[in-house]
Ligand binder design. Structure first.
Ligand SMILES: C[S@@+](CC[C@H](N)C(=O)[O-])C[C@H]1O[C@@H](n2cnc3c(N)ncnc32)[C@H](O)[C@@H]1O
Length: 217
């Protein structure tokens, strides 16, 4: 029997108050993104951003890649954790929210470490592979139906010991249900694929919508 607790409303409130240090720039970016309406749901949570920032600070990656920038919160958190000379390639196939992202990267003094690419995630990863570019840290938070493709490309693009984080790996809890929904099935299939993959170590954590942290052996 697992000692994993059920995360109810009270626990979520507690985590919001005591789960991470409150941060002015993150709060402002979250508030500005909220004003965009329904799309704001795409943003990672502030606590998740702080988690990613700490992971990046621990692994000190020189070369990072992110697929799915949106208004730039995850990019900002990754860039904060970079060591001197470290770089983040932040990829999104849409230009729509780049102004908000760049505004906050500037406020947070991380813009100089972020190379923004407006292009398809898979195509960009294939280009990096062709150029023999390797990464120490990759964060994937884009179109879910490509998650298995992103995983396979990420493993090729990671240095030995490199770390990969996937967001939304519990997909609102739907992965536990027997459903025909295509996105749910893709994410569940990826969870099964990761579980049997001998090239990596991993842990699927119940942070926000489920975060898989994967280390290439
Ligand atoms: C969930 S949001 C990312 C949220 C972001 N990580 C944050 O912290 O706010 C997903 C993003 O992936 C982008 N996207 C969707 N399909 C894509 C593709 N094929 N290639 C690159 N980006 C894509 C969308 O434009 C959107 O901005």
């Amino acid at each position: 029997m697992s000692t994993q607790i059920e995360i109810n409303k009270n626990t979520i409130q507690y985590l919001d108050l005591f789960g991470y240090k409150n941060d002015k720039n993150i709060n402002q970016l979250v508030n500005e993104t909220k004003k965009l309406g329904n799309v704001s749901k795409m943003q990672i949570s502030a606590g998740q951003g702080k988690f990613i920032e700490i992971i990046v600070k621990m692994i000190k990656p020189k070369n990072c890649l992110e697929i799915g920038r949106f208004t730039g919160l995850s990019s900002m958190c990754i860039a904060r954790g970079l060591p001197k000379g470290g770089k983040l390639y932040a990829v999104d196939n849409s230009r729509e929210f780049i102004d908000i992202a760049e505004k906050y990267w500037k406020i947070d003094k991380v813009k100089k470490n972020i190379i923004s690419i407006i292009a398809d995630g898979k195509d960009t990863m294939k280009n990096f592979l062709n150029k023999k570019m390797l990464f120490d840290f990759i964060f994937i938070d884009a179109d879910k139906n490509n998650y298995l493709n992103y995983y396979k490309l990420s493993i090729k693009l990671l240095n030995k010991g490199g770390v990969l984080i996937f967001d939304n790996m519990l997909w609102g809890g739907n992965v536990t249900k027997n459903t025909k929904d295509k996105t749910t099935k893709t994410i569940h299939d990826l969870n099964k694929f990761i579980l049997q993959d001998k090239r990596i170590d991993f842990s699927l954590l119940p942070i926000a919508d489920g975060v898989s942290i994967i280390r290439k052996i």
